[in-house]
Design a protein around this ligand. Sequence first.
Ligand SMILES: [Cu+2]
Length: 245
Amino acid sequence: MQLKPIAGSLLGSAIVALAALGATTVDRPRPVPAAAGTIEGVVRLAGDQTPGPRTVANTTDPAVCGEVQSRGDLLVAEASRGIRNVIVALGGLAAEELPAAPPGRLVLDNYECQFAPHVAVLTAGSTIEATSQDHILHTVHFYGALVRNVALPMAGMRVAVTASKPGMITVLCDVHGWMQAFVRVDRHRYHAVSDAEGGFRLDDVPAGSYELEIWHERLGRRSQPVNVHAGATSELEIVYSLDDR
Ligand SMILES: [Cu+2]
C-alpha cells in the first residue's frame, strides 16, 4: 500500500513531529488532498442464478414480527445482478497521511425484528445510537471492534455508544438469532456500502495506488488494486461467484 506524496503532507508531518516534541501547536485538521480522484464501481454476482437471503422460522415473537424472518445475508438485484451491502474500503493507509475524517453518527434501528441498516461504515470516534420501534425486548450486542451489550426493552429507547477503534463490528440480538448487522470502522472516510444495484462510490481520494478491501457477509473477502488519478474517475467491476459462499 502506497500513498503517493500529496500536497501538504509535509505540513501534516511537521505538525505531528511538533506534537511529539511536546511543542505547543494549534490542533489543526490534516490538509485536504489537493490532487484527488474518484473510485466508482459495481459489485455483481456471476452466472444466471439469483439466490435470495436465507430465511428463519420465527418461533420467538411470531405475533409481533411474523412467522418467517430473513437473515438479509444475500441481496441480489434481478436485472443488474448487483449485490447489495458489500463493504468497499481503502486498506492499509497510514494514519498520518490521511485528511481529517470527522466522526459521524449512525442510528441503528430495531424494526420488525431486523436491524436497520444491515451494513454500514463509520469513521473512528463516531456515535452509534441504538434504538427500537418494536414493543418487545431486543438487545444490540456488539462484538469485535466494539464490545457492548445494550438492552432495548421498550420502543423509543435510545442508547448511544462510541465506535472508537477501527475494525469490524458484528451486531447480534440475544433474543432473535436471525438479527444481525455489520459495521466497518476506519480512521479514514474512503469506504462505502454498495446500494441495491451493487453500486458504490468513493470521493476525494488522494491520487495514488491502493488496495481496495472488499467484504460481503456470505461471499467473503476480496482485494483489488486500484489507481486513482487526480481529477479522474477510476471505474471498477467486482465480481463474486456463488462458489464464494
Ligand atoms: Cu431482537
